[in-house]
Design a protein around this ligand. Structure first.
Ligand SMILES: Nc1nc2c(ncn2[C@@H]2O[C@H](COP(=O)(O)OP(=O)(O)OP(=O)(O)O)[C@@H](O)[C@H]2O)c(=O)[nH]1
Ligand SMILES: [Mg+2]
Length: 235
């Protein structure tokens, strides 16, 4: 069920006023817990990133590359969110990184409470990086602050350049957009310039990095972004 985003059975509730109240309560409670998570991250100087995208854009692929390529330089942990399976956690585990899988069942997003709970079992080291891979979904996760420092939205060139305009909340609430699968640009009608124009229209402050997790193109730019963020001391 997901009363908040309106994509579950509760969406058909007869009393609209009541639904709105429930939604506000859920989001308010989520925001409070997110602040608690954020305090924990700040206290331990953990740089937490919330990775969001539609299913299959390459969140796990980006993590696999990043964890392998930067493991000598930074200390990482991962929380994986999926409706079902531990497939992604298995892929992360294979890189030698500490990982916790959260299965949301019918839920379509991670929330701050799930992260709070996962953190209790993880014993994260100070001065580390925590990647939270959200459920593949460009809509619902936009509403749920997890306590992350930055939100990173991944968009792949097979999805069409109009996604920022169609799903503005997700792109508006992200600090960085990674455009993935650039190795496929010769084969798909994806207009990179238009994609960037739409991204900036929805969010003039968003940073944009183009990569291919398959051939490695552009990954060094993402790595520099990540390292620059981690090395900057928190205020
Ligand atoms: N050609 C190409 N394929 C890619 C690239 N990155 C990922 N893929 C492929 O895209 C598919 C989905 O990648 P994942 O990393 O599983 O995507 P995801 O966003 O984690 O998917 P969910 O967790 O299910 O939402 C896989 O078959 C990857 O091999 C890329 O840069 N180029
Ligand atoms: Mg994944």
């Amino acid at each position: 069920m997901c009363a908040t985003c309106g994509c579950g059975p509760d969406h058909h509730h007869k009393d609209e006023k009541k639904v709105l109240d429930v939604e506000q309560d859920i989001l308010q409670e989520n925001n409070l817990l997110a602040q608690r998570n954020r305090g924990y991250f700040d206290g331990k100087n953990i740089f937490a990133l919330n990775l969001v995208s539609s299913p299959g854009s390459g969140k796990t692929s980006l993590l696999e590359r990043t964890l392998r390529d930067l493991k000598e330089e930074l200390q990482f942990a991962v929380i994986e969110g999926d409706q079902q399976t531990a497939n992604d956690a298995d892929r992360i585990h294979a890189t030698g990184t500490k990982v916790t899988q959260i299965n949301t069942g019918k839920g379509c997003h991670l929330d701050a409470h799930m992260i709070f709970h996962a953190l209790q079992g993880m014993k994260l080291p100070s001065d580390s990086v925590l990647f939270i891979e959200n459920v593949g979904n460009l809509v619902c996760p936009a509403m749920f602050d997890l306590g992350e420092k930055d939100r990173v939205v991944i968009m792949s060139v097979t999805e069409g350049e109009d996604k920022p305009l169609k799903y503005p909340d997700m792109f508006h609430s992200s600090q960085l957009c990674i455009i993935n699968k650039t190795d496929l640009l010769p084969y798909v009608p994806f207009d990179l310039e238009k994609a960037k124009e739409y991204l900036l229209k929805v969010n003039p402050n968003i940073e944009i990095i183009e990569v291919s997790c398959t051939n490695g193109e552009g990954l060094s730019v993402w790595y520099e972004w990540l390292k620059s963020k981690v090395l900057v001391p928190f205020e």
